[in-house]
Design a protein around this ligand. Structure first.
Ligand code: F6R
Length: 611
């Protein structure tokens, strides 16, 4: 988590850094700070949002063309001014910003304390900068060498930028495990955790690799490894548009991203599906076609919403391609000595492509010889690069912390994948495949129709906004949607919510139901429709308040439910792409009505780069 930005060039650094921090605020927002180099090395930092830092800076002299900034998601030490980044070394000669966690900070801290160092914060980062200073002093070396040597001492994850008052016109950065992108402009460089702070200045970027150190000095970028071997920076051109990272007239990024779904789903199919031409391909799949076709098992690893997309994929792949699928929380998978063989395919799903647990699960599976297929949204992200093959979801930047359009894009790509594997394995009839292709191609317009229920959702949100609990029920393909609906409500409105397979309710949660318990039932017309109607009766008999997501034209459930929200009819395989839409809108409006910060919910960050 945490966002880092730095600039070195000929423009005023501070406005560029602050704007960049606002773009990265989704990564953490409990405190923020900047360091500016202008003869002196000045650090300004504040608990709170980037806007609090901006107010704090309003009467300061911020003139400088070299600087760095940080927006924090606390790991070591509570959010306060002294734990905010940047951190000075004891001499205040050098300063650092850091995204990641130094696992052996406590040992290093004790060592440095024994050498007379004092610590003014509770952070691992302050240990890091003092380690660099100590190495520089003991070896009487340049800063880049001290940083390089320090990287051999620290264990953990980092993307860092270091500035020194004694070596002006220079900025040093390094990475392992946390993302770091360098924008290459005309005699200027921009560094950031992702490309969004960079894109309005340049499309040319270099992704720094693990264990690399970037030294930008006197207008030149040099990269070397931790072993002191120079590498050639690989400059890529990004296709990211500035418009896609602005709110575009919406009150919140989340709402914008919900309404973008007809387009983002369409984009995730672009070039992959043209039903009229019987065209169904996925570039990343081709090279590993034989592996997929002959796979005895597929393991899916992911976290949070991406894990829910993985559950949908389990149903799809088992049904359409007849390969057994196991869906694992990446965080559990890696710590339980799982059985993985060279015949296994591991699909890693991640919006950010930076989730530490998912990345670590991939590394474990790779060591055991499995083939890794990454499904990521962020182009060039660590998971995309660590995978043997994969497919981008092309949903465009997702800024709202609660994942919405990334989920539907993931489900779309996974549906395409299941269809492709099924067709190659001959486990899906041609006529069924054809009609599914046509229906999937039509899904964006059906999502548009589902979004038309917006006003009805607002009416329901008004009624539910004061609830303290909620239960989400679904069966089959709608069970993962129930989990996703509950997660959305929890994370942005802080209402406790549980998602359950509807039939499991009578094994426990039914005890919770009374006239105060809202029960959101996803009850579209599919193979378990009759069963879920019975489950609704069970809730009704206990006076639960039923809000049902139904298929357009349903006459049965409206007679039983307090509220219904209709979604268009579609194939059972595709229903999650529609049934999740009202649930996203419902959580959004409830959160807004409760006065919650929808795009930046408390304690959360968009990219979970710590384990
Ligand atoms: C929920 C949410 C999180 C993420 C999870 C995985 O709305 O955003 O649960 O889905 O942290 O993140 P990625 O997909 O980036 O690996």
């Amino acid at each position: 988590m945490c966002g880092i930005v730095a600039y070195i060039g000929h423009r005023e650094a501070c406005p560029i850094i602050l704007k960049g921090l606002r773009r990265l605020e989704y990564r953490g927002y409990d405190s923020a700070g900047v360091a500016l180099l202008n003869g002196n090395l000045n650090v300004y930092k504040k608990k709170g949002k980037v806007s609090d830092l901006e107010n704090f800076l309003s009467d300061k002299d911020t003139h400088s063309t070299i600087g760095m900034g940080h927006t924090r998601w606390a790991t070591h030490g509570e959010p306060n001014d002294s734990n905010a980044h940047p951190h000075y070394s004891n001499s205040s000669r050098i300063a650092i910003i850091h995204n990641g966690i130094i696992e052996n900070y406590s040992t290093l801290k004790t060592l440095l304390q024994s050498k007379g160092y004092t610590f003014y914060s509770d952070t691992d980062t302050e240990v890091f900068i003092n380690l660099i200073e100590n190495i520089q002093d003991e070896n009487n070396c340049k800063l880049d060498e001290a940083v390089r040597l320090a990287l051999h001492e620290v264990v953990g994850a980092y993307a860092i930028v270091v500035l020194s008052k004694d070596e002006p016109n220079q900025l040093i950065a390094a990475r392992k495990g946390s993302p770091l992108v360098i924008g290459v402009g005309q005699d200027e460089y921009f560094l950031a955790s992702d490309a969004t702070p960079i894109i309005e200045y340049t499309n040319n970027v270099v992704y720094v690799n693990d264990y690399e150190i970037a030294i930008i000095k006197d207008g030149e970028l040099n990269i070397k490894t931790r072993e002191d071997i120079p590498t050639t920076p690989y400059v890529q051109t990004l296709a990211l548009e500035l418009d896609s990272i602005e709110k575009g007239g919406y009150d919140h990024f989340m709402l914008k991203e919900i309404f973008e779904q007809p387009r983002s789903i369409h984009d995730s199919m672009r070039g992959r599906l043209i039903a009229a031409q019987n065209h169904l391909i996925m570039g990343g799949f081709r090279e590993f076609e034989n592996k997929f076709v002959n796979a005895k098992r597929i393991i899916i690893v992911a976290c949070g919403t991406s894990w829910h997309a993985g559950l949908v994929a389990e149903y799809l792949i088992e049904d359409l391609a007849r390969i057994p699928v196991e869906v694992e929380y990446a965080s559990e998978f890696r710590y339980r000595n799982p059985i993985i063989t060279e015949d296994d395919i591991v699909i890693a799903i991640s919006q950010s492509g930076e989730t530490a647990d998912t990345l670590a699960a991939i590394e474990l599976a790779k060591q055991k010889g499995a083939t890794i297929f990454g499904i990521c949204n962020v182009v060039g992200s660590s998971i995309a690069r660590a995978s043997h093959a994969g497919a981008y979801t092309h949903a465009g930047p997702e800024i709202g912390v609660a994942s919405t359009k990334a989920f539907t894009a993931q489900v779309t790509v996974l549906t395409l994948l299941a269809m492709i594997i099924g067709s190659k394995r001959g486990t899906i009839e041609t006529s069924k495949l054809r009609s599914l292709m046509i229906e999937l191609e039509n899904i964006p317009s059906k999502v548009e129709q589902a979004l038309e229920m917006h006003d009805k959702v607002i009416e329901i949100a008004e009624e539910l906004k004061d609830a303290t609990n909620a239960l989400y029920l679904g069966r089959g393909y709608n069970f993962p949607v129930a989990l996703e609906g509950a997660l959305k409500l929890k994370e942005i409105s802080y209402i406790h919510a549980e998602g359950y397979p509807a039939a499991e309710m009578k094994h426990g949660p039914i005890a919770l139901i009374d006239e105060n318990m809202p029960v959101i039932v996803i009850a579209t017309k599919d193979s378990s429709y009759e069963k879920i109607v019975s489950n609704i009766q069970e809730v009704k008999a206990r006076k639960g308040r039923i809000i049902a997501i139904v298929t357009e034209g349903d006459k049965v459930i409206p007679a039983m439910a307090e509220h219904v929200i209709e979604v268009p009819a579609t194939s059972e395989y595709l229903v999650p792409l529609l049934s999740v839409i009202p649930l996203q809108l419902l959580s959004y409006h409830i959160a807004v009505m409760r006065g919650c910060n929808v795009d930046q919910p408390r304690n959360l960050a968009k990219s979970v780069t710590v384990e």
